[in-house]
Design a protein around this ligand. Structure first.
Ligand code: XCC
Length: 638
């Protein structure tokens, strides 16, 4: 890790800011308009503070800020670099876990309202409801509606119970070998909010000043995130909105139709957006749009909400127009001048979005009680019982905004790519003929070397989407099946890696498997929440082989990680026993013990560890070496 200590970022490379022609074109367009955007602000921040980057700046008390350097080996209270960095790292994890839990609560409350007939949503996957309810010990002789209420209540109770009561979902769904390892380490989590509260309390000034305990607590919060924020959220969303099934869609800014009223669904919680898709198709709203001079009303996806809609575009999200891009695209999307309304439903809605909207007619609204932004005055906080009426109000707002559109200001890049989506644990197994066996056989034979989850965010630090696209390409070339989720999905979609034709870019073995199944080498699992599906798939594959997940030729990568939810996901991956490739450099490099534990020592405890590598080819080398070592240990050909 020492050689990368000072490589904090790459930023602009060869004058380009993004891997995508569309984003590059829009950046040039906003530059011509003289409107600064994210990449300009990134440059204004250089050089960034090294103490912060290395995780050795403490601002928790009024003695601070304390920074660890050559002449100060501890803060004023005596906290070392390791204490400071581990404490900061746990705070990041707890923030991510809290945001995921908020999402889960809303979905659970909506499921309950659907079961009680109090909302526009109807239960779409009763079979999954029965299977999951049975697995956690609920009485499945009840009706679908009664069972849905019981499941929603059980999940909400799990969220709120004490830290002393272990999470039922962890006990029921984690592989037995994992559970044993976590019990030994004392990191089986209790109630989600209690664990988050304990973590925040521990990270207050001088309560927990043991870096190792802080790191173990990080893993514990990561496990709570994995089984509640990820697995439970995905499961309840599937029950409520439908489990994704194969579908075809489009991505990139070229999907924007300048003749339509364009509503952008932007965030992570796909509930309001799903209600709006339904409302937009109603004769009443279509008539209003036509009277305003528009040809149609389109719901465009952005970031993770867009991925959720795309995943379900064969079912409850039919009518979805496609994915515009990931979080870095938000200002450029608005700068096309053809967006009438942006609806923010959770994290990653930046203040820069509103600044850009102020140069156009674009209306920005929030639809979640936690999302607030200076200058945004319309809040239609999602309420399951009022979703239908709220959706109508939002569509009317968009039509009104459309009337103020200045067609002279429209600039839409022409790029778009086709996407095959809708993969889930269930649809993957169906494509394989009903079980994981054909995939396991391909892995055993070596035609597929292993599976790599390339997931998470995107960052300006490593040039928008460059590392994630290069890494995904490099892995498929080496016969590793790639599963994408989160902002990385948009990156590979736009670059055409989620078309079945992209099999041509894969190594011979993977190419043959993809061609025989008619699937792309980069599989879309959806949003960052859908990382939960990867956990479920790995659990099932490990069980089929009779081994612990840490023994599988499987790895995870967050090649452009950005924020706290990604840190919580990463903590789960390491606890789950996976190699986690991470870039940019996480803020722990100034803390020798913390860096050593994360990149080395933790492997003896959980089987997982962190690999930090900024170069995508070198990262692929290291991931391949790890997968080869796992193959060899299982007696598989390397
Ligand atoms: Fe935000 Fe999900 Fe990260 Fe993208 S991937 S930068 S969280 S939008 Ni989740």
């Amino acid at each position: 890790m020492a050689d990368i200590l000072n490589k904090i970022g790459i930023g602009k490379e060869n004058g380009n800011v993004s891997a995508h022609k569309s984003t590059q074109e829009m950046y040039e367009q906003t530059s011509k308009m003289n409107v600064p955007t994210l990449f300009d602000r990134y440059n204004s921040q250089q050089p960034q503070c090294k103490f912060g980057a290395q995780g050795v700046c403490c601002q928790l008390c009024s003695h601070g800020p304390c920074r660890i350097n050559n002449k100060a080996s501890a803060g004023i209270c005596g906290a070392t670099a390791d204490v400071i960095a581990a404490r900061n790292f746990l705070r990041l994890t707890a923030g991510g876990a809290a945001a995921y839990t908020h999402h889960l609560e809303i979905v659970a409350r909506t499921l309950k309202a659907a079961a009680q007939g109090n909302t526009t949503f109807k239960i779409q996957d009763p079979a999954k409801l029965r299977a999951v309810a049975g697995a956690i010990g609920l009485d499945t002789s009840k009706s679908t509606e009664e069972l849905a209420v019981a499941l929603a209540d059980a999940v909400l109770a799990e969220v709120k119970k004490s830290a002393e009561e272990p999470l039922v979902l962890v006990e029921k769904f984690a592989p037995k070998t994992r559970l044993e390892a976590w019990k030994k380490l004392g990191i089986v989590p209790g109630g989600t909010y209690a664990e988050i509260g304990d973590a925040i309390t521990k990270t207050m000034t001088s309560i927990d000043t043991d870096p190792v305990d802080l790191l173990l607590t990080t893993l514990k919060v990561g496990i709570a995130t994995g089984y509640m924020g990820l697995v439970a959220t995905v499961t309840l969303q599937d029950i409520l909105l439908g489990t994704p099934s194969p579908t075809h869609s489009s991505a990139d800014l070229g999907i924007i139709d300048p003749k339509a009223v364009n509503i952008v669904a932007h965030g992570h919680i796909p509930l309001m957006a799903t209600a709006i898709i339904k409302t937009a198709q109603s004769p009443e709203m279509q008539k209003l749009a036509k009277e305003a001079g528009a040809s149609d009303i389109k719901i465009l996806g952005s970031m993770c909400t867009g991925q959720e809609l795309m995943q379900r575009s064969a079912g409850s999200a039919k009518g979805f127009a496609g994915q515009t891009g990931n979080w870095i695209n938000q200002e450029y999307l608005v700068a096309t001048g053809a967006i009438d309304l942006v609806m923010m439903d959770l994290n990653c809605s930046t203040p820069g979005l509103k600044s850009m909207a102020d140069h156009f007619h674009t209306k920005v609204i929030s639809v979640d009680k936690l999302v607030r932004m200076a200058g945004v005055t319309d809040h239609l906080d999602f309420t399951p019982e009022k979703a239908d009426e709220q959706a109508k109000q939002i569509v009317r707002m968009a039509i009104d905004a459309y009337k103020k559109r200045n067609s002279g200001k429209i600039h839409i890049p022409k790029y778009r790519s086709e996407v095959m989506a809708g993969f889930s644990v269930e649809s993957c197994k169906a494509a394989l003929g009903g079980s994981w066996n054909p995939l396991i056989d391909a892995i055993k034979a070596g035609s597929i070397k292993g599976i790599v989850a390339v997931v998470g965010c995107t960052t300006a630090k490593t040039k928008h989407d460059t590392v994630s696209v290069k890494l995904s390409r490099e892995l498929i070339k080496r016969n590793m099946l790639v599963i994408n989720a989160g902002c990385v999905s948009s990156a590979t979609q736009i670059e055409g890696l989620m078309r079945p034709e992209a099999a041509e870019q894969a190594g011979e073995g993977l190419k043959a498997v993809c061609k025989s199944l008619g699937i792309p080498p980069c599989i879309n699992y959806g949003s960052c929440v859908d990382i939960g599906r990867i956990g479920v798939a790995v659990t099932e594959i490990a069980a089929a082989l009779g081994v612990d997940p840490s023994a599988l030729p499987v790895a995870a990568s967050a090649p452009e990680y950005l924020e706290q939810k990604a840190v919580a996901d990463g903590a789960f991956a390491v606890a789950f026993g996976l190699l986690l490739h991470l870039a940019p450099v996480p803020p722990v490099t100034g803390a020798p013990l913390v860096a050593k534990v994360l990149t080395n020592d933790v492997e003896a405890l959980t089987g997982g560890k962190v690999l930090v590598e900024l170069d995508p080819v070198k990262a692929a080398d290291a991931i391949e070496a790890h997968i080869n070592a796992k193959r060899a240990a299982l007696g598989l050909p390397v």
